[in-house]
Each structure stands twice: as C-alpha cells, then as structure tokens.
Design a protein around this ligand. Structure first.
Ligand code: SF4
Length: 937
C-alpha cells in the first residue's frame, strides 16, 4: 500500500508572504546527512530539517573546523543538487515496489510482485546458472552510485557465492594510466584546502565550476592570495571565466602543450636538479645498444635484474642507484654525459642518463614546435613554463579525465614530466589530483569479516600485518607502502579480491573484440593488430591470475550502476552481444534507469535519507561523513544490505528444496548454499529478528574496526558521528591505495600526498623505485612511447569531422538525478549537443534544432545548443543523460566504440601488474569522431 507521506507542507491560498516564508522554515527536528551516492568527492555535511516526520528542507551544515591556521575552512560545503535531494527522494521516478517484466525485455510491460516471489525467482535463476555454468556466470559491474550498504551487501553476496565483479575503475574509466606508469599508483589526492597553497593552479581536464561546486571557493581564495589560475581546455569552459589565463588547446594535444613547457624549462635553465636526481629515473643509465636500462644482471652473472645504475659526476664511474631509498648519499648522479661500460661477457657498450634522452625528445617540442601541434602560442607556453618553475604548481584534473582520451597516458606522463622538472609534487600546494576511496577500513572489513565483534578484526589486521612483514622479509628494500601494494597485487592475481578487469568480459562476451580489431579506429602508428597484443599478453601469462575467459554469463546483477548508460558502446554493444546470453537480469535501484528498463526484475532500494550511509572516504576532505536515516524507505523499498540478505535466505531455501546444496567454483573450492544467510549475517552476529541485519550495529562496528587500523581516533563510534556529522581521519589505515598517498595525516595541516618520497626519501612502487618516465618494456619501445610524447587521437568511430568531448553535466549528481524535475527546470530540460555557431551555419542548423550525430557505430538525435564556447570542429556532449531521454533510446554511448589502448595490456614488467582500480586497460571515449547533420525528413 502506498504511503502518502513526505510531501512538502501545503500552504493555504492567500496566506501572507511573510508567514508563508516563516512557515516554510519551521522544523521540529534536525539530523546530519549527506549525499553518498557517488557524489565524489562530495562528503558535504548537511542538516536535514523535519517537521511532523516529513522533510521540510535541507541546507549545508557549515560545521567544519579550521584545520590549518591561515587557510580557509571548507565551509560551507554543498551544492544546489544536494539542497534539492529531497525532490529526488519524492520524485516521480522513484521505484516503490519489486516488479517483474511480463513483456519482451525493454517493452516496458511490468507486473508488481511480492518480495518473496521476486527473491525466490531470482534465487532459482542463480541456482540454474551455477548448475549450468558455475558461479562465475553470475556477474556484476561495480557501479559508482553505490551506497555503503550497496558495496557491503553485494561484495558479501558475490564473495559467498563466487560470482565475478568487474573492476570499477576500468568500467567507469576514471583511471589515470600515465600517473600509474610514472608513480606505480595512479591516485595521489591532496586535501581540497591544500589548493589554497598553490601559486599556479591549472584547471586542466576539469571543470570545477560544474563539478566541484563545494570546493571551487579554494580556487578563488588561492587567487585572492595571489595564485595564477590557468584553465586549459579546448572549449571556453564554464571554469575559464574564473581563471587568469585561458589556454585554448586543440582537443587531445595537451601532451604537446605540456612538453612545450617542459622544453622551455630546460631551455631556460629552470630545472630543479636536486629533485630530478633524487625523485625520478632521469639520472638512471640506459644502454645505447638495446635502449634498455643498464642493470646489474648486465654486469655480473649473479647480478640483480632490477638493480639500476647511474653515473657519479664526482668520480666519473657508474654506481648502483639504491633501491631502498631515494637518498643519493655520497653520489652526485649525472644528468648528462655518457659512459663506457664493460658487460659480463666482456663486450663494451655506452650508456647515458634518461635525462639525455628526454632532452633529445624535447627537441621535437620546442615551444614553437609544440605551438604548431597544440595551437597555443609559443610565448604563452614560455610564460607559463616560467611560472610553473618558479611557484608551487598544482594541476586539478578532478578524476583526471585525461585518461578518457586514447592517448591520455601520454598526456599525463607529459604533465608529470613538467612537474618533475620543476620539483612540483610532494609538498603543499603542488602535484596532481586523481581520486581515492580508502581510509574507512571498517567498510572493507564489513564486506570481508566472517563474524561480528572486535576479536576477528584484530585477527584480520594482525594477519595483514604478518603478510606485509613476510613480503618485507623477502625484500628488505620495501617500505610498508611497497609491501602492502605487493601483497595486494598477489591477492588480486590469485582471484582473492573477487574483482576482475572487465576487458576480458567485454572481449569474450560483449562483442568488443570486433571494435578493438578495427584498425582504422586505432592509433595508426601502432605496428600490429589489437589481437596480436591481446594474444601475446595472454600467452606470456601477464594476466594469468585473473579470469580471462569467464564461463558464459547467465546472471547479471546491477546494483549501484547503470551499465546501459555508462558503458562505452552502451545499449548498442551490450544489448546486442551480452544481453542474449543472460537468463536473469536484476537491477536494484531507487529509480527506473536505462538498465532497469531492460531488466527482468527491478528491485526498489532505499535512497539517501532513507538509510544510514557514509560518504566515500577520501583524502579530499579527510572526513568520514555520515548520512543518517531521516525518513522510512518509500513504500516497499529496502536497503541493499537487506535485499542481498533476502536473496541469501531465498537461495538457501530453494537450494535445499532443489537438493542442490554444494558445488565447486572454477578454482576447485567447494561452496555451499544452505547456510548462506548465516554466513552473510556474520554468523548471525548482526542478525535482527533472525532475518535482517542490524545496520546501526554494523555501522558502529565499522567505525570501531577502523580505530583498530589506526585511521579513526579512539572514542569514535556511531553515536559520535551521528552527533557531529563527520569524524576527521587521523591515519591512512591499512589499504594499499591509502598507503600510496605516502604522507602522514596531521591534525593541523592541509594534506599533500607523496611527502614520504620527497621528505623521507621512501622509494616509489615502480620498477626503478623512482618516478619513472622511461618505460623500457618491449611494447613501449616498439610504439615509441618509452618516453612521453604527443600522438594525435586516433579516429575512433571513423573518419568524421567532429571530435566529441564531454564532462560531467552541470545539473546532476553524476547520473543519479538527471531526470529530477527540479534539476531539469534549471536548463533546457533535455539533452543537448554544444556546437560552434559557424559549424552549425555551415550545415544550416539552427539553435535548438534536433540533429543527428553519427559515425560508423550508429547515430543518435539531440537538440543543438549553439555556443561560441565550443571551438570549431569540437562538439560537447555532457554526460549523464539517460538513453531514454533520446529518441528511440539511442544515446551518446551508443556511438562510442570503447577503444582500449593495447599497450595497457602490457605486463611482465615491474609495476605493470593488475591490482584493483589500478593497472589495466580502460575504454576511451573522449575524442570519438562523429558527423553532425541536419534532419531533413
Ligand atoms: Fe555535496 Fe554532493 Fe551533496 Fe552536492 S550532492 S551537497 S556536492 S555531497
């Protein structure tokens, strides 16, 4: 039965304006909340005000303290979208009851069913799949709109049954492969208040005026302090008006721009030599004959293959570069010159420092030459290079969507080279920004621990410490960070994490093998076919530990994502190739998404304010932010934790009824179904009334479990976070990505990552133990990408005149409230393509006219918004729109071929090894080629 609550209080006609206004803001209770539905980095503490049990209004809490004297506090964190969340909560798009399709998939014909019926039927589908194909035939995409309970419930459920979950970062492609190649980790993130310390602030691959509304004030405040703000974008982006420089770079040529500045830094003698010698591989010697690093194994029969050498400028001799520290000791590593070296077989070769190769490479990127490639004039390149070299420089690429370009790795490596030459990371006000979700270790434990209580957590934490200690014993040159990353890689490569890179699923089951082998869509400079790289990677065992050829997929569970909207290739690829293989498709959501519309079952989940949850923990704010349960879930909606629990109960029951209780997974491990619920509920440790999880008790333990790992202060608990809305983290905890931030959290200081490297001289988790710009892997040498360079974006999608760029839509929380009525009213109310007026005029296209956007993959129709902010030859399609907002439900994803760069399958080389969220291929979307035409019929 519908529950008619939660509407805003009505007002009588004729009521005086003043009393209406006062009445509007009356409340009898206020609680802390936030919007934890992957509004990343979000984490805004909110106050939600209730009257008579209904939400009256919401506003920013404004309760965050000053952290560092002289640096503005983070208040008031919030945005219009958050302030309108209750409209989504009560919107017409909300799902209220479990439904099952009765027509063809996608026909829109549904019937309402009970939770019992839904769970029993889904349970049978899952058991059928296990019997037919094994548990690996049950797949889930990670999804980034997941709440705390979505992650916990799905992770426990999948790990108990043995299903496969695809890696989030490849799926959404917020990966920064260039950072990874350089640092051995992609994700350094400073706190947002650290932006204030920058002297030069690049808004580059980012549009904070749209996407970082709660944090944008730090850019303004840094500028007020005297910082120079530089917006680099092909279009005059909405953030450009807040900058001192707008740099109109040609789309996808940012590497040339960065290398032009790097060349100017060298040309003008502005290189920070001490930083370069200590932090990077630029002094390491490379053999002239093989173009490989000179290693000890070249010199001695028992030599170490990963012991690298440099040339000591004081003695003129080669010396081993220490692996345990970045401290150069008594050696003065040379950046120039060459040296003759006698190898173990008596042959003599010459070797020279990487820096020499960099200088040689940059000769092709003088500011004048770079200007010809990127369209930015040489004088501006020089001027900005000087500023970068003389000040603390930070580049903001929120979630760094450079990686969304096919050659984004080259762009990022070029940006980092500029920062390396000028000593611009590992201190306040410097560095790059990516993303991280870690610190809240209790969340991770909540997914993994078998029983409730503190003892198991202490045991798990102790076990982790022992594993890390064992790795360090094997290789005493490793720091805790390096050993933890190594331990995580080992776990990921024997399937222990339950995550798999989606590349293999897409290749084998979703038709992408055809796209990826379409030579004309790839980089024409690559000498071989995609399959040649793919097969070699598999044959050489580079991905041996992760499932490469999953069994035929049979069950698809979408929880926290929207695969048919977000996946590059979208409905076109997945509905055509993957969907026919699936016998049971389940979507859990709080609204009817594009994926829900094509599912067999749709289960309504509780939204924010209807369940407790935590913001995605990150060093951006360094707070564990809490969202309380403000109102009861709408109608029959339930938290994901409860839904997966119901599924466990149904599967156990049906398994017993069907006499199918045990089975083996692909690794040969025996699994059982009859005690699923007991194990899911932590051996009944958090069971409430025998059939549901006590979410408050579990959340309280997650906080207390995080105290054990040292990331939250003593005395933290649910009561405290409920009372104050957030708790500041005090340590990095035990997660590899958190430790990869490589800096201590200080109570009275902004957070700048990588300080352990610059201040304590701890090595980096790379092959050379230094920030590595020279990648002497076979494939990188073959592609001439052993050093950063510029390559034009290939013609993904075909040879068409327009290059599509994108970015987060202004009026959405990612895709979550894209169809929220309030938000739709703030713009044209429907999707639109931004196009330069001259391009439109040449095609006789008028403003708001519906056009066809097309390429080799297909087409979609959309109104055009004419704006001179888009450069000629560029069209901008902001993302997040649902396919059903377009005619025939064909949306922008449907013309994206989802190309991946074959080099990102490389392995067998130092840090080029998979671990969750890190090294793996991810599909490119920026720079897809398309035509735009007038519709004449
Ligand atoms: Fe903050 Fe995100 Fe909520 Fe906006 S939607 S107020 S950015 S948490």
């Amino acid at each position: 039965m519908a529950t008619p609550i939660r509407t805003r209080p009505p007002h009588a006609h004729g009521e005086a304006t003043e009393s209406r206004y006062r009445d509007r803001f009356k409340f009898d209770r206020a609680v802390f909340a936030s919007h934890c539905i992957d509004c990343y980095p979000g984490n805004c503490p909110y106050r939600v005000y209730l009257r008579d049990g209904n939400i009256a209004f919401e506003e920013q809490a404004g309760t965050l303290p000053v952290i560092e004297a002289g640096v503005p506090d983070m208040n008031p964190m919030g945005c219009q979208k958050g302030a309108g969340w209750s409209h989504t909560l009560n919107g017409g798009e909300r799902l209220r009851h479990p439904v099952r399709r009765v027509g063809e998939r996608g026909s829109g014909e549904w019937e309402r069913i009970s939770w019992d019926q839904a769970c029993d039927e889904i349970a049978d589908g899952i058991i059928d799949a296990i019997q037919e194909q094994g548990p690996e035939s049950m797949i889930a995409l990670s999804g980034c709109n997941m709440s705390t309970w979505g992650v916990t419930g799905r992770t426990r459920f999948f790990s108990l049954i043995g299903g496969l979950t695809t890696d989030l970062n490849a799926e959404m492609n917020d990966f920064s492969p260039g950072h990874y190649l350089t640092y051995g980790k992609f994700d350094p993130v400073s706190s947002i208040d650290d932006w204030f310390h920058a002297d030069v602030f690049f808004i580059w691959f980012s549009n904070p005026a749209y996407t970082r509304i709660p944090h944008q004030h730090y850019i303004t405040e840094a500028r007020y302090r005297g910082a120079t703000i530089v917006t680099v974008a092909p279009d005059y982006s909405p953030s450009a008006m807040h900058a001192d420089y707008y740099v109109a770079v040609k789309p996808g040529t940012d590497a040339a721009f960065a290398l032009g500045m790097a060349a100017a830094v060298i040309e003008e003698g502005l290189v920070h030599e001490r930083f370069v010698k200590e932090q990077t591989d630029l002094p390491l010697l490379v053999r002239d004959d093989t173009r490989r690093f000179l290693v000890e194994a070249d010199l001695r029969d028992d030599g170490h293959p990963e012991q690298f050498y440099w040339l000591d400028a004081r003695t003129g001799d080669i010396a081993p570069a220490p692996r345990a520290t970045l401290d150069t000791g008594d050696v003065d590593p040379a950046l120039s010159g060459d040296v003759r070296v006698t190898l173990r077989d008596g042959a003599t070769i010459t070797a020279r420092p990487v820096f020499q190769h960099v200088v040689q490479r940059l000769a092709g990127y003088t500011p004048e030459k770079a200007a010809a490639m990127c369209g930015v004039d040489a004088a501006t390149i020089r001027e900005l290079a000087r500023k970068v070299a003389r000040g603390r420089t930070k580049t903001l690429g929120s979630l760094n969507n450079a990686g969304k370009y096919y050659h984004g790795d080259l762009i990022e490596r070029s940006q980092l080279l500029l920062l390396a030459l000028t000593g611009n990371w590992g201190r306040k006000g410097t560095g790059v920004q990516a993303w991280i979700a870690a610190l809240f270790d209790g969340w991770l434990m909540g997914s993994a621990k078998p029983v409730a209580g503190p003892d198991i957590v202490k045991m798990l934490h102790g076990g982790y410490k022992q594993f890390v200690a064992a790795v360090r014993e094997e290789d005493p040159t490793m720091t805790e960070e390096l050993a933890t990353i190594e331990f995580t890689k080992r776990s990921a490569n024997n399937g222990a994490t339950g995550w798999v890179p989606p590349v293999f699923l897409w290749y084998n089951h979703a038709g992408y093998d055809r796209n990826w082998n379409q030579a004309s869509w790839h980089d024409p400079s690559m000498p071989r076919t995609f399959d040649s790289y793919y097969n070699e990677a598999l044959e050489r065992g580079w991905w041996a530990g992760v499932p490469q050829r999953a069994t035929e997929p049979r069950v698809f569970i979408e929880c926290g994502g929207n695969a048919l909207r977000r996946t590059r290739g979208g409905r076109k690829m997945l509905l055509t190739h993957l969907w026919p293989k699936l016998k049971t498709i389940v979507t859990m959501d709080y609204r009817m998404s594009a994926t829900a519309l094509e599912s067999d079952y749709v289960l309504p989940i509780a939204a924010q304010y209807e369940k407790i949850s935590f913001g995605i923990p990150s060093t951006h704010t360094l707070n564990l932010t809490f969202c309380d349960k403000v109102v009861e879930p709408i109608d029959e909606a339930k938290s994901e934790l409860e839904i997966f629990g119901l599924l466990c109960q149904a599967i156990a029951r049906r398994a017993k009824e069907r006499g199918f209780v045990t089975y083996h997974d692909a690794a040969g491990t025996e699994r059982r179904l009859d005690d699923l619920w007991e194990r899911y509920s932590y051996n009944n440790g958090y069971a409430r009334n025998g059939s549901a999880i006590d979410e408050d008790a579990l959340a309280d333990d997650m906080i207390k479990d995080t105290i054990v790992t040292g990331a939250l202060p003593e005395g933290s608990d649910l009561g405290k976070v409920r009372e104050q809305g957030f708790i500041r983290f005090t340590g990095l905890g035990m997660n590899a990505r958190a430790l990869g931030q490589a800096s201590d959290i200080e109570p009275d200081s902004t957070f700048a990552p990588l300080r352990n490297h610059t201040e304590k001289k701890y090595p980096y988790p790379t092959l050379t133990r230094r920030a590595q710009f020279y990648i002497d892997h076979d494939w990188f040498l073959e592609a001439d990408e052993h050093l950063p360079r510029h390559k034009d974006a290939p013609k993904a999608g075909g040879d068409y005149p327009f290059l599509i760029t994108s970015g987060h839509n202004r009026w959405s929380v990612h895709s979550a409230n894209i169809v929220n009525k309030l938000m739709l009213q703030t713009h044209r109310g429907e999707p639109h393509l931004v196009m330069n007026p001259a391009d439109a005029a040449a095609r006789d296209i008028a403003d708001n006219e519906v056009v066809e956007v097309f390429n080799d993959m297909g087409s979609y129709r959309t109104p055009v918004k004419l704006s001179p902010s888009a450069r000629p030859g560029q069209v901008i399609m902001y993302n997040g729109w649902e396919p059903y907002q377009f005619p025939n439900w064909n949306g922008p994803s449907d013309i994206e071929p989802g190309m991946i760069k074959p080099l990102h399958l490389a392995g067998g080389y130092g840090h080029l090894r998979y671990w969750p969220n890190e090294w793996q291929p991810a599909p490119a979307c920026r720079g897809t080629r398309a035509g735009v035409r007038k519709i004449t019929r």
